[in-house]
Design a protein around this ligand. Structure first.
Ligand code: DON
Length: 307
């Protein structure tokens, strides 16, 4: 299965709208799968570093929902899919009162970034890196080169943030929200870390390293997170992949995909699982070409769909 994906013809492009991501090696492909007993299955350089990009939208939603309470977050952002590209502006003017549709598109994620705990950009970003570190067991930092190159070209995101501010959907200033959001997108991690985060969500917030069964997030936050990943996690291809793959997933333009499997068996792995995939060539929508190819194959072969 891995070989079939690797040898498929090279398609897609690198996320060259972010100058720092335009120079990556095109043919990388890494997979890490972990189950709730800690059994793993890997392929390729799963310790190679990538930036979270839009996958950070899942982590910031979890941190905001768990610190503020989900109802307060839902006052500022809905949980409805849009069917629009991730950086679309159109609905902010036509939708009633300009409320962002969901936290998995840029508009909703910029709002959520502004709601994170802390009074400064640094504190808000740290709330998310601390959360990620709790799950992965290691430190995570922001790739400054990626962050700076995004800030320099963030014309659409700045426009979105201005619309949100005008309609009272941002806490603090436009620049603070934008900086927080783009720093979160630039957090570095590995394919292995993605899988551990996927498993954490699949188990409603359990940590493998902790023996007592204490969920770190509420059941309600976990349920909303998985529903959002399934319905909005792959942007305007979310419906198609819900049908063809059928597991909650979130992609980023760096070519990473984080997946949560509620129940399944993949070779010697069983039960709830997290899957991290990384391959940097993306399609027009922003999803990893080889990543999605692999996930379709593995879902079909091992019958992982929840439907
Ligand atoms: O907002 C942006 O342009 C990016 N930093 C994040 C976008 C992203 O990953 C969307 N992807 N599929």
């Amino acid at each position: 299965m891995f070989e079939a994906v690797i040898s498929a013809p090279e398609k897609g492009h690198l996320a060259d709208y972010i100058p720092a991501l335009a120079n990556q090696s095109k043919n990388l492909f890494a997979v890490y799968i972990i189950d709730e007993k800690g059994e793993v299955l890997t392929f390729g350089d799963f310790k190679g570093v990538l930036t979270l990009q839009s996958i950070s939208k899942v982590m910031s939603f979890i941190v905001a929902a768990d610190s503020l309470g989900i109802d307060q977050v839902l006052e500022k952002v809905d949980v409805e899919p849009t069917g629009d590209p991730f950086n679309s502006i159109v609905r902010l003017e036509v939708a009633e009162k300009g409320k962002p549709f969901n936290p998995m598109i840029n508009a909703g994620a910029i709002t959520v970034a502004s709601l994170l705990p802390g009074d400064t950009v640094e504190a808000r970003v740290k709330s998310v890196t601390d959360f990620i570190s709790q799950v992965t067991g290691r430190e995570h930092s922001v790739n400054q080169e990626v962050f700076k190159s995004e800030m320099e070209t963030a014309y659409r995101n700045r426009a979105i943030a201005n619309y949100l501010k005008a309609n009272d959907y941002l806490r603090g200033t436009v620049e603070e929200a934008l900086e927080t959001y783009l720093q979160l997108c630039s957090i570095e991690l590995t394919t292995e870390d993605l899988a551990r985060l996927g498993l954490f969500i699949a188990t409603d917030g359990l940590l493998l390293t902790v023996t007592e069964n204490k969920n770190l997030i509420t059941r309600k936050t976990a349920r909303y997170t998985k529903a959002l990943m399934m319905t909005c996690g792959l942007y305007n291809a979310s419906g198609k992949y819900a049908a063809t793959i059928g597991i909650p997933m979130k992609s980023g333009v760096s070519g990473g995909v984080l997946c949560t499997v509620q129940n399944g068996q993949i070779e010697h792995l069983q039960g709830r699982m997290g899957i991290g995939v990384f391959s940097p060539m993306i399609d027009e929508i922003g999803n990893s070409v080889k990543g999605m190819d692999f996930l379709q194959r593995i879902s079909e072969h091992y019958n992982l769909s929840v439907f």
